[in-house]
Design a protein around this ligand. Structure first.
Ligand SMILES: Nc1ncnc2c1ncn2[C@@H]1O[C@H](COP(=O)(O)OP(=O)(O)OP(=O)(O)O)[C@@H](O)[C@H]1O
Length: 239
């Protein structure tokens, strides 16, 4: 097995000078390639903060985050931007597509930033839209798409960069049940068929049930790290 994420003893304190909030408290988290892991816990338990630290969107006050063998906490701001571009795919609760670009252009943009050749971009875009089942929506702008369709485009965009892993913060929070199921089907298929590694935060019990590993945070610390069955038994997940 190949280690993709190795977060070691990470800590994040907001407002250290005024009213300190310890959002993530000495967390160790290790993910192998091909994992399909849900991060759960009550509101304010530190899920978004932990994902932001793992994704290099924020820096820990202590500890290291090693992605594919690189300690990203030691990279300069510019190197970190470049590292994220090539190694980490992001999916956010609010989709974050660029409204003035078509669905296709949203997916192409990241490959253009990576200087992928035009012919290769075309091949990848066609394949990605087939994978998310939206070949007929390539030239449509985000506003003309449903939330579920927008989130599938966001998954295609995350995949387009050929990342080490995809990090999704509450990807189904703004989706109806059917769209959430559909998104999970696509993520699970990518995980199974392409061994793509996913870590996603969620409050949604049905999403939790589809994870193969569930990590529960309470007060910024890992409370349980187990299969969904034992988590159901000792931790009632609430929205
Ligand atoms: N920018 C910030 N400045 C100060 N405190 C913050 C900031 N962001 C988060 N916090 C605090 O850090 C703690 C963890 O927040 P975080 O958003 O990581 O939790 P969460 O588990 O993702 O919550 P939710 O499920 O509601 O999204 C909370 O106490 C929160 O109030």
């Amino acid at each position: 097995m190949k280690t993709v994420i190795d977060a070691h003893n990470i800590k994040k304190i907001y407002n250290p000078e005024t009213v300190p909030v310890v959002a993530v408290n000495n967390v160790h988290l290790h993910l192998e390639r091909g994992e399909f892991t849900a991060l759960v816990g009550p509101s304010g338990s530190g899920k978004t903060t932990l994902l932001n630290l793992i994704g290099g969107l924020d820096k820990p006050d202590n500890g290291s985050v090693i992605i594919n063998g690189v300690d990203i906490t030691r990279l300069s701001a510019n190197k970190l931007i470049d590292f994220r571009l090539h190694n980490i795919g992001f999916v956010f609760q609010s989709f974050n597509l660029i409204p003035v670009l078509s669905a296709r252009e949203n997916v192409e943009l990241i490959m253009q930033l990576q200087h992928v050749k035009k012919a290769e971009i075309n091949v990848r875009v066609t394949s990605l839209f087939r994978q998310i089942g939206l070949e007929d929506k390539m030239d449509v702008r985000p506003a003309q798409l449903s939330g579920g369709q927008q989130q599938r485009i966001a998954v295609a965009r995350a995949l387009a960069s050929r990342p080490q892993f995809i990090l999704a913060d509450e990807p189904t929070a703004n989706l109806d049940t059917k769209s959430a199921d559909n998104l999970l089907d696509i993520m699970a298929k990518l995980n199974k068929e392409e061994n793509m590694t996913f870590i996603f935060s969620t409050h949604d019990q049905r999403v939790i049930e589809r994870a193969r590993r569930v990590v529960t945070l309470v007060d910024g610390q890992i409370h349980t790290d187990s299969s969904p069955v034992s988590v159901h038994a000792d931790y009632p997940v609430t929205a």
